[in-house]
Design a protein around this ligand. Sequence first.
Ligand SMILES: [Zn+2]
Length: 105
Amino acid sequence: MAFMTPDIYKGKYAIIDRADGGTDFIPAGYVEDVAKDGDIIDYAEGYLGRLSASGYMDRTDWAPIDDATDDDDALRRFCDGEDICPHCYEQCWDDETSECEGRTV
Ligand SMILES: [Zn+2]
């Protein structure tokens, strides 16, 4: 199993335009934890994805997964964007010993 694995969130999320620049995407329930004075907050509905390492604090920022039609599609689109295999979450196509079925996709 890969060190970093995808988290997929489905539902209402906040688009936070930061007062100091940049945009963050946060599941709606966590907005109060991260919003600061001067941020402009908008809401949307859909999928977010990030990579995280279970048991560690290592994780990427949430990013929207556009045009996903269902959970499987969201995962596949997210992995495409990260350039990782949606089966094993590694770049198994570079690993000749891998028996992952995703290698042939
Ligand atoms: Zn694979």
